[in-house]
Design a protein around this ligand. Structure first.
Ligand SMILES: Nc1nc2c(ncn2[C@@H]2O[C@H](COP(=O)(O)OP(=O)(O)OP(=O)(O)O)[C@@H](O)[C@H]2O)c(=O)[nH]1
Ligand SMILES: [Mg+2]
Ligand SMILES: [Zn+2]
Length: 363
């Protein structure tokens, strides 16, 4: 049986759980969510719970429980265990929501929370056709914005004749965060992960389908926790083998969340801090522009355009920065609209078909 500390519990959650303890509620961690049901772990083992009507109706999609969340639950009664509240998150990985399967319009301004309370996010990139530095930069912004610490894993070293060059290229955009080159299939290159796998630490595996996330999980765990499958030879892409996010307590004590490869990653952010962390050299340059609101287009005294001329800055890197910034500005705009819509709707009592927890997976 695991105690709460082994599941990642700490003083932050303890403090925020106090009012719930007074209502005789106890804490548990969400390990899986889907179809309105939540699998939870605490000292009593694994249990399944649903939301109280109050929580379901009061919450928007981004405040409902997700994998990694700590929740306050009641004791089982005839209708099972119910989740009364989500404890404030220490970190949250969010992306702009994509339209759901039924093709319904996306809800403006509500991000999708991929996972919560993650200490370390492992960005996995295959060194085969999957390799794409621009995509790594997108994941970096997502992770920085979440508050978790990123690590980059370049996997499938066995399939790449130029691992050294690619490592150097990725190190240049990583600005000191760890870059590991691994072969998950043979279990090579994973030693440097050990310091991040301490007991009670939560990690998440992010990356495209087929990059080898589940293979890495199985390697680190030392057992086959997750199914893995060949990358399609025809299109060189993964087949979306993992279909839902799930948290696995490993024998060594760390907690690892495996995720399905994301088809689309549209950025979401409440600030530009994540962006600034991913592109520190561009932020530094921009501070040297003559005008503080320089758009780096035609203004005189633009340090960024000067750096391009001097080949001190790679054009694709700047493009990547500008594209991410545009997405973040758009997300902020939608968030503003959503706030207006929410205020208008408050007066109406519309209970039409609701978003259901679990509808959010890519599969
Ligand atoms: N050659 C080689 N193949 C690998 C390596 N790591 C994983 N693979 C293979 O790549 C394929 C995809 O691996 P998965 O672990 O299922 O990929 P995933 O990232 O979990 O994919 P999704 O669950 O679809 O998101 C499998 O056939 C693995 O055996 C590696 O280091 N080298
Ligand atoms: Mg997988
Ligand atoms: Zn400029």
């Amino acid at each position: 049986m695991m105690n709460l500390e082994q599941l990642g519990w700490n003083a932050h959650f303890d403090k925020h759980c106090k009012p719930f303890r007074q209502q005789a509620l106890v804490a548990a961690r969400v390990v899986r969510a889907g179809g309105g049901f939540y699998s939870l772990l605490n000292a009593d083992g694994e249990q399944t719970a649903t939301l109280t009507g109050q929580l379901r109706h009061a919450s928007s999609a981004d405040t409902l429980p997700v994998v990694g969340d700590w929740v306050a639950i009641d004791t089982p009664e005839d209708d099972g265990i119910r989740i009364h509240a989500v404890l404030p998150r220490q970190t949250a990985l969010k992306r702009a929501a994509v339209g759901n399967r039924k093709g319904q319009a996306e809800k403006p301004g509500v991000p999708q929370v991929l996972a919560a309370n993650v200490n370390t996010a492992i960005i996995v990139s295959g060194l085969d056709n999957d390799y794409n530095p621009r995509r790594i930069e997108r994941f970096l912004t997502l992770v920085y914005e979440s508050g978790a610490a990123p690590i980059i894993i370049l996997n499938k070293a066995d399939l790449c004749p130029e691992t050294k060059a690619r490592r150097t290229e990725v190190e240049a955009l990583a600005f000191g965060i760890p870059v590991l080159v691994t072969c998950a299939l043979r279990g090579e290159g994973l030693d440097d992960l050990a310091p991040h796998l301490q007991a009670g630490r939560t990690l998440v595996l992010l990356g495209s389908s087929g990059a080898g996330k589940s293979t890495l999980l199985n390697r680190i765990a030392g057992a086959d926790y997750q199914r893995t499958a060949e990358v399609s030879a025809a299109v060189g892409k993964g087949t979306h083998t993992t279909t839902h996010r799930e948290l696995f307590p490993l024998p060594g004590g760390a907690l690892v969340i495996d995720t399905p490869g994301l088809r689309e990653l549209h950025l979401w952010g409440e600030s530009e801090e994540g962006l600034a962390s991913t592109f520190p050299e561009i932020v530094t340059l921009a501070r040297q522009c003559r005008f503080s609101d320089c758009q780096h287009e035609k203004e005189p005294g633009c340090a960024i355009r000067q750096a391009l001329l001097e080949e001190a800055l790679d054009p694709p890197r700047l493009e990547s920065y500008l594209k991410q910034r545009e997405e973040l500005v758009y997300a902020a705009h939608r968030q503003g609209l959503a706030t207006q819509v929410a205020q208008k709707q408050k007066s109406k009592v519309t209970q039409r078909k609701r978003w259901r927890p679990g509808d959010e997976d890519d599969q």
